[in-house]
Design a protein around this ligand. Structure first.
Ligand SMILES: [Zn+2]
Length: 56
């Protein structure tokens, strides 16, 4: 079997773009807190939250 190590990397599904993303080295310390695949999606999530919190 090839690339078994790569396949063993944990992955998550981004709630914003609905795409699976795989563990990256830069997230090594922060993986449990990583929810979004990119800063862009994180920003989008913040905007959505802000819109939902707008007063009627
Ligand atoms: Zn995303």
């Amino acid at each position: 079997m090839k690339d078994v190590k790569k396949q063993n990397l944990p992955s998550k599904l981004c709630p914003i773009c609905q795409r699976p993303f795989v563990w990256r080295k830069k997230w090594a310390k922060d993986w449990p807190n990583v929810i979004y695949c990119s800063e862009k999606c994180q920003r989008t999530a913040k905007q959505i939250r802000r819109q939902n919190q707008e007063k009627p």
